[in-house]
Design a protein around this ligand. Structure first.
Ligand code: UCC
Ligand code: FAD
Length: 522
């Protein structure tokens, strides 16, 4: 007889209740536990009951571009799925951006917000991408204290009302380059008599292009036609992408939607800016002005990385209780269990570093951060982003293998996890560019950020050493930390090219030691 056996499907259960670490972390640290636990538990239920299916719908019903109306007029309509639109409503009503700004948990509000996004991310159909940029834009507007037009945008970005809620884009990359933003930006801003500007240029990657507004960079053309060069010549602009109730574009042509390896749930477009009305929010210093956005989006990126690892481990664990091979369940094969355990360790390490950086961001935003906290936030943000993205690709890839051939089958939804993980190390700064950012912040702080790192790591190891079972791990980490100290001292005496070459290894070591995993390379 053939055809009577069917493989059991892995089940997604409430991701909050299924997570061995999230609840423990929050119980240990959070003062407002009851409200946060109820919120996360209810949201977790919603994710497994309905939201996860919407996420899948976003994947199988990707956005498309309708360039013309039936009568030949250019409309450039980006059509998204009903599920994608439901994600926007859900994001508002669940406060996925708002929680970070309402601050009802004080300095722990970012931890609350990022915990919620951590549960949501793998089921979100990539809606976490526009949310990251929305959060980043709100942070920039809040920190710069900008004109009234932009102030009302801030209220929309942080609203819980689905009718009012706006999302933002982040248009930085042009054809000449996305890492070297200063050399890449050719967009020109022509001053208008009313004090506003019109932007002309070409934005090469614009994600979640169905956004309501955007922050973008350009160079203001002087009265004499001069164009300010370099990084300092970049100004930051605010533009409403859709300026009428029909959502029509003004001063923008969508050239095409990108044909991407992953993140297909979300539109990423090439845009010709042909007189886009805009307000200037910084005079020069565009990169420095958008830096707050980068900090926030890089943390969101790391939440997505940690969440992808957690999700694949959750599903793989469940599958191991259902699937049998060689007469035993997978969970009863020691080697399979070891494979899962190694994935679990990586997932936990990434989660803890994400929470640590979210905690530091929350402290900074509520005015309780010490200088040590601020230095750590600056240093650990790129370290976390670059390392967690790489971990996500490795762990999700291993995770797919743990489903055997089924992990490779499109209609299981599993391959999408790997495709979407691959982008995490590219956008919002590649691994090398962020490794160099680590060097830059060390140099610009005259080493203070590294001092903060050593002080904090030693303090954490001091706490851990009180627990005897941790002694071998503490010993290994102390050894790695002291080797890192020696390396840093020696490198300071060498030419800058030496450190540049070591930047990636240094960043990895900083990440692994802070996560409690002795590094392979120091
Ligand atoms: O990819 C994108 C969106 C993807 C979709 C969203 C996904 C979100 C997650 C979703 C999860 C599912 S948007 C494009 C992102 N692009 C990048 O990340 C660019 C990568 N390149 C860099 O990061 C470079 O290091 C640059 C562009 C920052 C280098 O520019 P410059 O001009 O050469 O840099 P400078 O001269 O070193 O810095 C200029 C100023 C300095 O301040 P001042 O003028 O006061 O000295 C720096 O200290 O900017 C400051 N600055 C920073 N401040 C530069 N980087 C930072 C930083 N990270 N934090 C604070
Ligand atoms: P390059 O800068 O050309 O980098 C190529 C390689 O060179 C990389 O490996 C890089 O690490 C390395 N490299 C570069 N400089 C150095 C150096 N100094 N030292 C050592 N190595 C170096 N951008 C936006 O602005 N908005 C968006 O919404 C957006 N959405 C995106 C969506 C997707 C799906 C993707 C894939 C990209 C998106 N981007 C977006 C663009 C993204 O931010 C850039 O692709 C990224 O910053 C890298 O820039 P680049 O493509 O020009 O690569």
């Amino acid at each position: 007889m053939t055809g009577l056996f069917f493989q059991a499907q892995p089940q997604l259960k409430n991701p909050f209740l299924e997570d061995p670490l999230l609840g423990r972390y929050l119980r240990r640290h959070l003062p407002h536990q009851q409200a946060v636990f109820s919120d996360l538990q209810a949201f977790g239920e919603r994710i497994s009951d309905e939201v996860d299916a919407w996420g899948r719908e976003c994947e199988v019903n990707p956005p498309r571009l309708v360039p013309f109306d039936p009568w030949g007029r250019r409309v450039d309509h980006i059509v998204t799925s009903p599920a994608w639109q439901r994600m926007k409503e859900l994001s508002a009503s669940e406060g996925l951006v708002a929680i970070g700004y309402e601050r009802s948990c004080g300095e722990w509000s970012r931890v609350h917000q990022m915990s919620k996004l951590f549960l949501y991310s793998p089921s979100s159909g990539l809606f976490t991408c526009p949310l990251a940029m929305t959060d980043g834009a709100a942070k920039v507007i809040q920190s710069l204290g900008v004109p009234p037009a932009v102030d009302s945008a801030y209220r929309r970005l942080t609203s819980r009302d689905p009718e009012r809620f706006w999302t933002s884009g982040q248009w930085m990359t042009e054809r000449r380059g996305g890492s070297d933003v200063a050399a890449g930006t050719e967009t020109l801003a022509e001053p208008q008599p009313d004090g506003s500007y019109r932007l002309h240029g070409f934005k090469w990657f614009t994600s979640a292009t169905d956004a309501d507004m955007t922050l973008t960079l350009g160079r203001v053309v002087g009265r004499d036609g001069s164009i300010p060069p370099g990084s300092r010549g970049l100004s930051l602009f605010y533009a409403e992408v859709r300026r009428d109730p029909q959502g029509r574009l003004e001063g923008i042509e969508v050239q095409r939607l990108k044909d991407k390896l992953g993140t297909r749930q979300m539109p990423t477009a090439e845009l010709l800016l042909d007189g886009l009305p805009a307000h200037r929010v910084s005079e020069g210093r565009g990169v420095a002005s958008i830096a707050n956005m980068l900090t926030v989006t890089r943390i969101h990126n790391s939440v997505a990385a940690a969440a992808a690892m957690r999700r694949v481990v959750q599903l793989a664990r469940d599958y191991a209780t259902r699937r049998s091979a060689f007469g035993r369940r997978l969970q009863d094969h020691p080697l399979h269990l070891q494979t899962l355990a190694r994935m679990e360790v990586e997932a936990r390490a990434a989660f803890l570093l994400v929470m640590e950086v979210s905690r530091l961001l929350g402290r900074e935003e509520t005015g309780v951060a010490s200088p040590l906290d601020r230095h750590l936030l600056r240093l650990l943000t790129p370290v976390l982003k670059l390392y967690s993205a790489k971990q996500a690709v490795a762990v999700v890839s291993e995770g797919l293998e743990s489903f055997g051939g089924q992990g490779y089958m499109e209609d299981t939804g599993l391959p999408g996890l790997l495709r979407d993980a691959q982008v995490l190390s590219i956008w919002e700064g590649t691994t090398n560019v962020l490794s160099l950012d680590v060097l830059r912040c060390v140099a610009r702080s005259s080493g203070l950020v590294l001092q903060a790192y050593f002080t904090q790591t030693q303090a954490l190891l001091g706490h851990a050493s009180r627990l005897p079972p941790l002694a071998p791990a503490v010993g290994a980490l102390e050894g790695a930390l002291s080797a890192l100290g020696v390396f840093v001292e020696e490198a300071a005496a060498r030419p800058p090219s030496y450190l540049e070459l070591a930047a990636r290894d240094l960043a990895y070591s900083l990440a692994r030691i802070y996560m409690g995993q002795p590094p392979h390379v120091v």
